[in-house]
Design a protein around this ligand. Structure first.
Ligand SMILES: [Zn+2]
Length: 70
């Protein structure tokens, strides 16, 4: 029997994140794992993240956020 073929797409986990705080205008760039720890997020809950504000590590204001992949 002839073998059929398929394509396996590997999803790449993020390694770091970048955002600008709209309050103090700091540019934040940090390791993805540190970002999850700091924000109390877990990768497995990803689709729910958009409903949780994040906190600026500099001025500590809460920021509404949406996510995009680079
Ligand atoms: Zn800030």
């Amino acid at each position: 029997m002839k073998r059929l073929e398929t394509i396996v797409t590997l999803a790449q986990a993020p390694t770091d994140v970048e955002f600008t705080c709209p309050y103090c205008e700091s540019n934040i760039s940090e390791d993805f794992e540190d970002f999850l720890d700091d924000q109390g997020l877990s990768w497995s809950d990803f689709p729910d993240w958009e409903y949780d504000p994040i906190k600026c590590p500099f001025c500590e204001n809460e920021i509404e956020v949406s996510y995009e992949f680079d």
